[in-house]
Design a protein around this ligand. Structure first.
Ligand SMILES: Nc1ncnc2c1ncn2[C@@H]1O[C@H](COP(=O)(O)OP(=O)(O)OP(=O)(O)O)[C@@H](O)[C@H]1O
Ligand SMILES: [Mg+2]
Length: 368
């Protein structure tokens, strides 16, 4: 799939913008603070329903205005899809899909599939488990919108169960009904994550090998507090989760908190058997994330039959020329948006289908 057209009205530092974008490669060049990332963010907004930089939708509205509007037209195998997002200081955010209002973000997911790689993504390998869970949850939700519903459901049950535990002040309480619901949703999440990580791991290993001249072996593993095995089916995971929950109850009552479940799980990345977080160089950490993102492209393709759109915000200049060339030459069939402050160093000589946009203070021109 690819984005054909992007329209912004009063979005961040853009007052009015209408862009015809290239089905293949789009490069946004400009100095700092001109509005390059804002373009990527707007595309992300249309795909996921919110920004990757803030949870406060109102920040997206141009400071001197009261409403912002973002629209993309997407070319897909099934035909064109239009997505509009309106954010208003006075009203609830409104999202329209092919001119029809939709009630829930879950209905939006999967209409425009994207893979974003921004400097923030280094957190996936460098920081705590919640970053890794966030990454995997966004990815799976895009492919299986049902996962997104289950996740929301799980979080709701978890919140209530935690409140009960906290309010009990250490006294025994009956949590059976909550446990059943928690296990039902939680086991599904673990099952999907485990399956997803396994496939992602195989693809990422292949890409990582190519990116490192066969020198590095990347392994990705889902780490769950309930000791799941490769062959475990959903029922086995449910049983294990329930058992663990029951055996943790006294601890949980004391701490006033749910201590087992997918909200405590993690993902491990290893290169040649060493943990990337603690032992990887900056370059290895960056390449690991790049391998992950490139694997994600293939995974989405195999699930939905089309490549997603790739958004690379400010990451090219941090990669060496070999990795840059790999991206530009191997991803020719994938629509890619790149932002950069310098274009001269990009190995673009052999790339014919491309559009370069010059970004300056919320305006975009196509020649220097
Ligand atoms: N709600 C808003 N209203 C008006 N302007 C905004 C708003 N939010 C952000 N901006 C402006 O947008 C600009 C930043 O845009 P963006 O993050 O896209 O920059 P960039 O070109 O990616 O820069 P860099 O190279 O530093 O990453 C800043 O000038 C900022 O003041
Ligand atoms: Mg930027």
């Amino acid at each position: 799939m690819f984005v054909k057209e992007l329209r912004l009205i009063n979005y961040r530092n853009y007052e009015a913008l209408l862009l015809d974008v290239n089905p293949k490669l789009n490069i946004f060049v400009g100095e700092n603070a001109q509005g390059k990332t804002n373009v990527i963010e707007a595309i992300f907004l249309c795909a996921i329903g919110k920004s990757f930089r803030t949870n406060k939708d109102l920040e997206l509205i141009n400071m001197s205005k009261r409403q912002s509007y973002t629209k993309v037209k997407v070319n897909k195998a099934i035909g064109d899809v239009s997505i509009e997002v309106r954010i208003d200081t006075e009203q609830k955010k409104s999202i329209r899909l092919n001119e029809m209002s939709i009630g829930k973000i879950g209905e939006l997911l999967g209409n425009l599939n994207i893979v974003l790689f921004s400097p923030e993504d280094l957190k996936i390998v460098k920081e705590g488990p919640s970053e890794r869970r966030r990454f995997i949850d966004i990815d799976i939700s895009q492919i299986y919108p049902r996962y997104y519903y289950t996740l929301n459901q799980y979080n709701r049950i978890l919140k209530q169960r935690n409140k009960l535990l906290k309010d009990s002040r250490g006294k025994a309480i009956d949590l059976d009904i909550w446990d059943q619901q928690l296990v039902e949703a939680g086991a599904n999440i673990i099952f999907y994550r485990k399956k997803f990580i396994k496939r992602m791991g195989i693809l990422a290993k292949l890409v990582h090998r190519k990116l490192t001249d066969e020198k590095e072996n990347l392994e990705i593993q889902y780490l769950s507090g309930i000791n799941i095995k490769d062959g475990d089916e959903l029922v086995n995971i449910k049983e294990k989760l329930m058992l663990k929950l029951k055996s943790s109850l006294s601890n949980e009552l004391r701490r006033g908190l749910t201590l087992v479940g997918p909200h405590r799980d993690d993902i491990a990345f290893k290169i040649n058997q060493l943990d990337v977080k603690n032992f990887g160089s900056q370059g290895q950490q960056r390449t690991t994330v790049l391998s992950l993102k490139l694997a994600e492209l293939e995974l989405i393709k195999s699930e939905i039959g089309e490549y997603p759109v790739l958004l690379l915000d400010d990451v090219m200049s941090e990669l060496d020329i070999k990795r840059q060339s790999y991206i530009l030459t191997n991803l020719k069939n994938i629509q890619t948006f790149i932002t950069t402050t310098m274009i001269d160093h990009l190995p673009l000589q052999h790339i014919k289908e491309k559009q370069i946009f010059y970004v300056s203070n919320g305006e975009i021109s196509i020649s220097d």
